[in-house]
Ligand binder design. Structure first.
Ligand code: GDP
Ligand code: ZN
Length: 421
């Protein structure tokens, strides 16, 4: 059923200036052409030259009612997104208009496309390889410019190219082995290990190079989950807002968040920083509050970095200790474990807690004094976060190509096989 003709609205739901309906498959030209008229003319259906944008009105074939004025492009295979004949109809971007146009196209005999089916076809037709098809989703979903650049590189085949190089090296070794098996009498000797080694080493170096940047690459794509934790009233929500206000921050609200935990995305030098503001973490009898506590605990457990916030203007409270114990219980702050930054907030007020006190509570953790009120220390907090995020992987951006966990996993497996034993 691969070559039936599929159609779908290609632009997002909702109202926009223009909306696009995409039709792909062997029948797409014949299905769409009868719906189109030159404005003001009783013209017979005709197919405009390929890859040209043409002005037409689109009509309901049964009632002859004009549905919309459109720009339409007929694009002959194979130079199209799917490598099949494609028609793109640009109408006005109202959801009702687009649905009516789509319905007319479907009534002509097209089938409604499944999600991702256009991209699937480009993959199946060989225009995109799997890494490139995956990059389409990454490109659409990218949250920072750096992430977008990486997805674009992958889409343009840069990753596939490097993997191909490793493969070519391996084929060099395989060809020698197979030749000696296939032609044992024709004096093709069994290759010596020393002869095969250079090919294998070359392949391994390729794989290592890709793996080297992969932790960093995943950060650009997935971001860093940073939970802002602390007892009530120390300034967690204020800190979240202050970090988001900084000029580099792009603010993306995430749907489905509640009052209990709020998640926003800030842009930390290209790495999406998922900031999670939590409610308290202390056990409570109140069933409603308990949900908030559970969510906070889950946020803390799943975080990559914890910002443990204290109020410097008042003595440590019992509640601060409870939070501390809870975080320690989750393994934060231990050597080699996930990092904590101790934030001493309200530094604009007279201080009764010193940074040294916090350094004792969290040995080895960076301590940053901040004031969200007069906006001091925020830059330093950002620098500290950036250092932690980049720790151990100081890479130039060019060496970062791997952004997906699946690719990283596959490369690790390959690396294991290529390693000398
Ligand atoms: P949360 O409960 O930890 O989320 O704390 P909030 O962000 O809601 O802040 C609690 C109170 O502390 C609010 O009245 C804030 O205006 C105040 N606050 C937060 N940060 C600062 C600060 O840096 N300096 C001062 N003086 N007040 C602050
Ligand atoms: Zn709050």
């Amino acid at each position: 059923m691969q070559n039936d003709t599929i159609a779908a609205i290609a632009t997002p739901q909702g109202v926009g200036g223009v909306g696009v309906i995409r039709v792909s498959g062997g029948e797409s030209f014949q299905l769409v052409a009868p719906l189109l008229r030159r404005p003001g003319k009783e013209s017979i259906p005709s197919i405009p030259p390929t890859h040209h944008l043409t002005y037409r009105v689109i009509t309901d074939p049964q009632t002859q009612e004009v549905l919309d004025e459109v720009l339409v492009a007929f694009m002959r295979a194979p130079h199209t997104y799917t490598c099949e004949d494609v028609v793109e109809i640009q109408g006005h971007g109202g959801p009702l208009i687009l649905r009516r146009i789509l319905r007319a196209v479907l009534r002509q005999g097209a089938r409604l496309a499944n999600p991702g089916e256009f991209t699937l076809r480009s993959f199946l037709n060989g225009r995109l390889d799997l890494a490139q098809a995956e990059a389409v989703m990454d490109l659409i979903g990218s949250q920072t410019e750096a992430g977008q650049r990486l997805a674009m590189q992958q889409l343009r085949g840069k990753l596939s190219e490097q993997v191909q190089q490793a493969r070519t090296s391996m084929l060099g070794a395989i060809a020698r082995i197979e030749a000696s098996i296939d032609f044992p009498e024709d004096d093709v000797p069994t290759p010596l290990a020393e002869e095969l080694q250079p090919f294998i080493i070359e392949a391994r170096q390729q794989v290592d190079k890709l793996l080297a940047g992969s932790d960093q690459g995943r950060l650009y794509r997935q971001g860093v989950r940073t939970a802002i934790i602390g007892r009530p009233n120390v300034g967690k929500s204020s800190l979240l807002n202050a970090l988001l206000r900084m000029e580099r921050a792009i603010v993306t609200p995430i749907a489905g968040t509640t009052r209990d935990t709020v998640e926003e995305i800030a842009n930390l030098r290209g790495v999406p920083l998922h900031l999670i503001d939590t409610a308290g973490m202390t056990p409570t009898e109140d069933p409603v509050e308990r949900i908030g506590v559970e969510r906070s605990r889950a946020a803390a457990e799943n975080a990559d970095i914890i910002l443990h916030v204290f109020d410097g203007s008042v003595p440590l409270a019992e509640h601060d200790w409870q939070v501390l114990e809870e975080l320690r219980g989750m393994g934060y702050g231990k050597q080699g474990a996930r990092p904590v930054i101790a934030v001493l907030n309200k530094s604009d007020c007279e201080q009764v807690i010193t940074p040294a006190t916090l350094a004792e509570l969290w040995p080895g953790a960076p301590v940053v004094a901040t004031s969200t009120l007069v906006e001091t220390g925020l830059e330093e907090l950002e620098n500290t976060l950036a250092e932690l995020v980049q720790a151990g992987s100081v890479m130039s951006n060019e060496s970062v190509l791997i952004t997906s966990a699946r690719h990283q996993e596959a490369l690790r497996r390959g690396e294991g096989i290529l390693r000398p034993r």
